[in-house]
Design a protein around this ligand. Structure first.
Ligand code: FAD
Length: 529
């Protein structure tokens, strides 16, 4: 199909004076657009992957992205005075060949292979990550190491029963002392809930196959082990791919290729309504920052918007039960304080996990070590201080200046950078960074999913689009399947991607289950458990 020709035909029919709902702002311009095409909400990895695949096969599509100029969603690259930075640090790592093929196809030689060094900061010391027993024991000292061993044996002799919480699970396998040293503070910072309230099955997925004894033996006997079926777990991915100018470069290039292929990626186009007749979606209505609305008619529709948002913008509204399920979906939010230091080098790591409970800081990214091209001036360094929070909580509501001051104080407190060397900074807030898996989320997602299933030309894809704790690769895989369904290569069920949770740090040498692997997130214990 000639994509450009399809647009020409559509644009001839593109004006309409059809009145719209009373909710429409009075000054809006109302136009129709893009009949016959696929309309995609969201220009993150999922939305752009779907658009890229459709474009390559000659199918017309349009991507509606709310941001004025950025694409990539949570995987975007932001810029401040020429300093480029991620929302988190985005490693490009996948077990899926199609994903790797697509990344290489889009970026070619701009896709760098980077060495990784990441350590844990705790009690004024830096520990290798993943933990190496000899390194840990040397740094903890003989007294603390002896206490760890004693508490380990105590836990083995008298394990906690029943094993209900994350805390129980880890204590039973590592002992209480090691749990308090390396697990408790960081887990609580990330998820904003006590480890006694996080369910044990999350720990089982996240740290599966590990105990103090097999951690020690795996290090001691590693050189003698052979890669065999399921025998060896590579817990440290010590190299990863990364675009020269940050993850956003990947998605900017994808956007450009979609456009070169004759399709559209519209910025400043927030999808404000999803019009449907109960059986089919008839249009996405986007609204720009001036309040002008555009109705995008299409044949097929894909949404990568957060499920909670999607349900709230259905027109006519979703039934009360579906709305209640959407309202009950929760998210963990995230902010990055970027500090620019007048120092050529700060520390050798790509990132550091900050386990110390004395500071609110959860992780520090050293963007220059991700790629030297992330800084415009090689005499300076830029750091991303990551704070996990809830939208509207104390941290979230602090002013940018207050957050920069907090960041300077904490980075000085843990001895990484002298605050007087910090010459500038900025703050980026990322709402809905993590979909929360609480006791009710599966039931709620199911209710929403069942209701959406009646819309025969409509699919959801992506991380928040499916309320799944997906990395880019799994977000993209859901989009591949959605696009293939539209291209008549299906039927595929995008919901089947990422059914078997597996921790991202691990790449099993036995790859038989490779395509189903995903990421695990903690589930909150119900009071009844
Ligand atoms: C701290 C952190 C670190 C991470 N690290 C990694 C990593 O190392 N490696 C990795 O592979 N993955 C990582 N991830 C996961 C990765 O960011 C996501 O999997 C990926 O970005 C999800 O893509 P998506 O397209 O589904 O959603 P998103 O990235 O959320 O994109 C959704 C898009 O939709 C747009 N949008 C939202 N509402 C509307 C609307 N109403 N109308 C129009 N557009 C709208 C948004 O602006 C955005 O562009 C990390 C995530 C976090 C939070």
């Amino acid at each position: 199909m000639d994509v450009k020709a399809a647009y020409r035909t559509d644009s001839l029919n593109s004006s309409s004076t059809t009145p719209y709902s009373a909710a429409r702002p009075p000054h809006s311009i109302y136009t129709q657009s893009v009949g016959g095409a696929t309309v995609i909400a969201g220009g993150g990895p999922a939305g752009l992957t779907a658009a890229y695949e459709l474009t390559k096969s000659g199918f017309p599509c349009v991507v509606l992205e709310s941001e004025a100029s950025l694409v990539g969603g949570i995987s975007r690259t932001d810029t401040y005075k020429g300093y480029r930075f991620d929302i988190g640090g985005h490693r490009f790592f996948s077990k899926n060949d199609e994903v790797n093929r697509l990344w290489n196809e889009i970026l070619g030689d701009q896709f760098l292979k980077r060495p990784r060094l990441s350590r844990i900061y705790y009690n004024r010391k830096f520990f290798d990550y993943p933990l190496k027993p000899v390194d840990a024991f040397l740094k903890l000292g003989p007294v603390c190491s002896a206490t760890i061993l004693l508490s380990y044996f105590k836990a083995r002799i008298k394990p906690i029963k029943p094993e209900r919480s994350f805390e129980d699970w880890v204590v039973n396998r590592f002992g209480r002392k090691l749990f308090q040293t390396f697990f408790k503070a960081y887990t609580e910072k990330v998820w904003g809930m006590p480890t006694t309230e996080i369910s044990a099955d999350w720990a089982a997925q996240r740290i599966k196959g590990l105990s103090l004894i097999n951690a020690v033996t795996s290090v001691l006997f590693k050189p003698f082990r052979k890669a065999g079926k399921g025998a060896v777990i590579k817990t440290l991915i010590d190299e990863f791919h990364y675009p020269k100018f940050g993850p956003g470069q990947m998605w900017e290039a994808a956007r450009d290729k979609v456009r070169e292929g004759g399709n559209r990626v519209d910025h400043d186009s927030r999808v404000a309504r999803v019009e449907h007749d109960g059986n089919r979606v008839t249009a996405f209505v986007s609204r720009d920052s001036n309040g002008n609305e555009t109705q995008h008619m299409g044949r097929n529709f894909i949404s990568t918007l957060p499920l909670r948002t999607l349900v709230k913008i259905m027109d006519p509204p979703a039934p009360a039960e579906v709305q209640a399920a959407a309202d009950a979906l929760k998210y963990r939010d995230f902010l990055t304080v970027v500090l620019i230091a007048d120092q050529v080098e700060t520390f050798p790591d790509t990132w550091i996990y900050v386990h110390d409970p004395e500071v609110k800081l959860g992780r520090v990214q050293n963007f220059k070590n991700w790629s030297p091209y992330m800084v415009p001036d090689a005499s300076k360094s830029s750091l991303g201080l990551e704070y996990f929070c809830f939208e509207g909580d104390g941290l979230w509501r602090m002013s940018d200046q207050e957050l920069i001051e907090l960041g300077k104080k904490e980075i000085g407190q843990i001895g990484l950078v002298d605050p007087s060397k910090v010459v500038d900074g900025c703050v980026v807030r990322m709402p809905k960074a993590y979909p929360v898996y609480d006791d009710e989320y599966q039931k709620n997602v199911e209710i929403i999913r069942n209701w959406l299933a009646r819309l025969e030309n409509f699919q959801v894809a992506g991380r928040n689009g499916m309320h799944k704790y997906n990395n880019q690769d799994h977000s993209m895989m859901t989009a591949f399947l959605a696009a293939r369904n539209i291209m008549g290569q299906g039927p595929f069920d995008p919901w089947c991607v990422n059914t078997d949770a597996e921790y991202h740090e691990e790449k099993a040498v036995d790859q038989t289950a490779a395509d189903t692997a995903g990421r695990a997130v903690p589930r909150k214990l119900s009071t009844a458990e």
